[in-house]
Design a binder for this molecule. Structure first.
Ligand code: FUC
Length: 795
């Protein structure tokens, strides 16, 4: 599995300058990403002048700063010019809605906003540039590649002419040693090259014969940072300004370590290190790596990476055929000019790329989860601050992680959400009047946009910024961690306490609307339509919350009385109503499709009960599934990157594999760049993760308490195989299908739970005369033992 290209980002013509300016467009179409969760490189792969954009996940503007002594997570803490606080407005809005004065209430909603000062954004660290000198500037051959099997980026090129030389460049970022490694070798001659490491932050850059160093503080907030780029070579090193020139080398290896003093400790958000301590930490990491040397680092890196990546393999029908260069493959896929095997090959590649990007942008010990661009970012003013958006995007980043057998990579998400509890309680108090005194846990809330500095207030415009239901939404991701792993320790703490605090918080806020439904005030469906008393988006997410919290409490055997109360709340939410056109209504006063809101809006928030939730499912309420299909058709297939990915998942949940594959085609055409990054536009990584999740949903679903095999297999995925796919209950599935029919399936029980298996095209049975029965849906049901393998056959 590899992405590869045999044309450079710049045409290989001698008359072109050695310097290739990289603008965002070039970068987001051509850069190939490597990363270890925190440290990331976006490599351009130019043979004459290599350019590598460097990122570190915690390098952020915003938050507490000497410039902002009153930073308070964006919350408005003072009364406005009318002498009113956000809470005064909240109470007025509440009363107006309940008095049936929707118009007045809606108008006042614009007062429920936060302030943008201190919001900040993710920053670019800088750029490594390497100029390579050779006799000839013409090339005989060239290839740059990102090998997904090893997480190593390579550039191979051979110059033309009598004194031709062959260069090999390898780059990777090691998680165990927290270092980026770039190795340069040459056959047929020695390397002469010069290296620069420029800062996007105005750092103090220095060089000595060992390497190049950057130190400084982020201008906006004083966040300290330090980076060391150490060089190891048998060539002659000379310092040129703040760069290096190395000549006569048979090899050059660079070791890059970088860090900031960011920490997720509210309210200071700093480790407390001095600049000297930070520098010492980074220098030690870099020099330890250099002492270990290339070969050891590489084998430790590959072992670590493959311990995650190799857990799952997939064949959707390429059957291992040789694929053309990735840009050409994408082009011919979109023109309908490639073979069926090649088509499947691209779908497999994009699938595994989603798993690769997960491992590269979110590792177990990371202090932050992956952001809107994972960790890769070229700008100091990225779109949406490259932040943590929670009205779909951050959730989507983690949709494929658990089924994709990468549970460890989901840990930073839980850590981040846990870190928002303290600042989120301030927001809960200021905007809704629910206070947690002296460490009480009475409720935290955050909205659409969030940052590493506890910016939990609503956005500075209600029409996109207000979204308290994002809390239950992201908590569902966290609860799924338990559902997939059945890890009760993590459920006990920190996941259940977060669910419980949120369930209690909303229990205090929900009010009975005129139609008898329990709703929150005010409601807004991202990011269109009217402001209302209850809507399907919020009701569905509250339903999910009370479903998850009661499941969690029951699993832990705690809080019996609360469970009764929560069950009662759940029964009064009544999230789903079917409209006159047979659709799932997005608003309860909607009758026919298209009456309210934007008909083809990218957000499909009223269908969250279908995916990622489990409110709408074919075993319990097939009539809702039918209605969801009507809504999906009405919303249309054309949309932005992530929104197409959400549509694919949703079509998989209504078990229409052919429609899902049609949408995969749309995504390839309109939402995938040459480097296979998803484009919103701009580059937004959520669509990559959403696509990978969708492939899971097409091959297997387990949200309804039953594992369904091949629920949405498209006709064109005739024969294939997947091994290592994880279902809820911690079952590892390996299966093969032929001519569209399940051929064999083996299940490894990793938890010892009872297993329920369903296959739409025929009855299943256990091989080897083991004990089994069928439930009311015809699902094969059998007890399992932890660590045992079960062979499944068609009955
Ligand atoms: C949501 C979406 C936008 C964009 C942003 C990052 O607000 O509505 O389309 O993806 O997140």
């Amino acid at each position: 599995m590899k992405l590869y290209y045999n044309s450079a980002t710049m045409k290989l013509k001698p008359q072109l300058p050695m310097f290739e300016p990289i603008n965002t467009k070039i970068w987001e179409n051509h850069a190939l990403p490597v990363g270890n969760g925190t440290l990331g490189l976006g490599i351009m792969g130019n043979p004459r002048r290599e350019q590598i954009v460097v990122n570190e996940k915690t390098l952020w503007k915003g938050g507490p700063s000497p410039k902002r002594p009153n930073y308070n997570g964006g919350n408005v803490s003072e009364p406005d010019k009318n002498g009113k606080t956000p809470l005064d407005y909240y109470n007025e809005i509440h009363d107006l809605f309940l008095a049936g004065k929707d118009k007045e209430a809606s108008a006042l909603c614009d007062k429920l906003t936060g302030i943008s000062d201190g919001y900040g954004c993710y920053q670019c660290w800088g750029r490594i540039t390497a100029k390579f000198f050779s006799n000839s500037v013409l090339f005989d051959s060239y290839e740059r590649a990102l090998d997904l099997d090893t997480a190593i980026h390579t550039v191979k090129c051979k110059t033309k002419g009598a004194n031709s030389v062959s260069d090999t460049r390898e780059s990777f970022v090691s998680y165990p040693d927290n270092v980026a490694v770039m190795n340069y070798t040459r056959d047929g001659g020695k390397i002469t090259a010069s290296f620069a490491f420029s800062s996007a932050q105005g750092a103090h850059v220095t060089a000595d014969k060992n390497g190049i160093y950057q130190s400084g503080k982020v201008f906006d907030n004083g966040l300290k940072y330090f980076a060391a780029l150490l060089a190891d070579t048998d060539g002659k090193v000379s310092v040129r300004g703040c760069g290096l020139r190395i000549s006569g080398a048979s090899y050059i290896t660079l070791y890059l370590a970088a860090a900031t003093d960011y920490m997720d400790n509210y309210p200071v958000y700093r480790t407390g290190e001095s600049s000297q301590q930070l520098k010492a930490r980074v220098l030690k990491t870099a020099s330890d790596a250099r002492d270990l040397g290339l070969e050891k680092l590489k084998s430790r890196h590959i072992k670590d990476y493959q311990s995650l990546y190799n857990r799952l393999s997939i064949d959707l029908g390429s059957h291992g055929c040789e694929l053309p260069p990735t840009d050409k493959l994408l082009k011919s896929y979109n023109k309908g000019e490639c073979s069926a095997e090649e088509k499947r090959g691209l779908e497999e590649l994009l699938y595994q790329y989603g798993r690769y990007l997960t491992i590269a942008s979110s590792r177990e010990t990371d202090v932050l989860p992956s952001n809107l661009q994972g960790i890769w970012n070229i700008s100091n003013h990225p779109m949406w601050g490259c932040d943590y958006h929670m009205d779909v995007n951050l959730e989507m980043n983690y949709w494929p992680t658990l089924a994709g057998n990468l549970a460890e990579c989901a840990v930073p998400l839980t850590r981040y959400i846990d870190s928002l509890r303290k600042p989120g309680r301030v927001t809960a108090k200021i905007y809704t009047g629910i206070e947690s005194k002296d460490g009480e846990e009475n409720g935290f809330v955050f909205h659409t946009q969030d940052t590493p500095f506890g910016w939990t207030c609503p956005g500075w415009d209600f029409s996109w910024g207000w979204s308290p239901a994002d809390v239950p939404w992201i908590l569902h991701n966290l609860f799924e961690y338990y559902e997939y792993t059945l890890d009760k320790e993590v459920l006990r703490s920190p996941i259940y306490p977060m669910l419980k605090e949120t369930a209690d918080y909303f229990a205090k806020l929900l009010v009975t609307a005129h139609d008898g439904r329990l709703v929150s005030v005010p409601c807004f469906s991202p990011e269109h339509g009217p402001r209302t008393l209850g809507n399907t988006y919020e009701q569905s997410l509250f339903w999910q919350l009370y479903s998850d919290v009661t499941d969690a409490a029951r699993a832990l055997g705690v809080d019996g009385e609360k469970v009764e109360k929560w069950d009662e709340i759940k029964s009064k939410l009544r999230p789903i109503e079917i409209g006159d056109d047979g659709q799932i209504k997005e608003w309860y006063h909607e009758t026919k499709l298209g009456e309210i809101g934007e008909r083809h809006h990218r957000h499909m928030s009223h269908l969250l009960g279908l995916y990622p939730g489990n409110l709408i499912n074919k075993f319990k309420n097939p009539e809702y599934v039918k209605a969801a299909e009507v809504s999906l058709n009405d919303r249309g297939d054309v949309s932005t990157g992530w929104a197409m990915a959400q549509r694919i998942n949703s079509w998989a949940r209504v078990c229409d594999g052919n429609r899902a594959l049609k949408l995969i085609g749309d995504l390839m055409k309109n939402g995938i760049n040459q480097n296979l990054w998803d484009s919103h536009p701009p580059f937004q990584i959520d669509g990559n993760f959403g696509y990978t999740a969708a492939v899971h949903e097409m091959l297997m679903q387990s949200h309804a308490g039953i594992i369904e095999l091949l629920p949405a297999l498209p006709d064109d995925w005739k024969s294939g195989r997947i091994s290592g796919l994880i279902a809820r209950g911690n079952f590892e599935i390996t299966m093969e299908w032929e001519n569209g029919v399940l051929k064999n399936c083996v299940i490894l029980s990793k938890s010892g739970a009872e297993c329920k298996l369903f296959y739409g095209k025929g009855k299943l049975k256990l091989a080897d005369n083991a004990e089994y029965s069928y439930d009311e849906n015809g699902a094969l049901t059998f007890p399992t033992e932890k660590g045992k393998i079960y062979k499944i056959e068609l009955a």
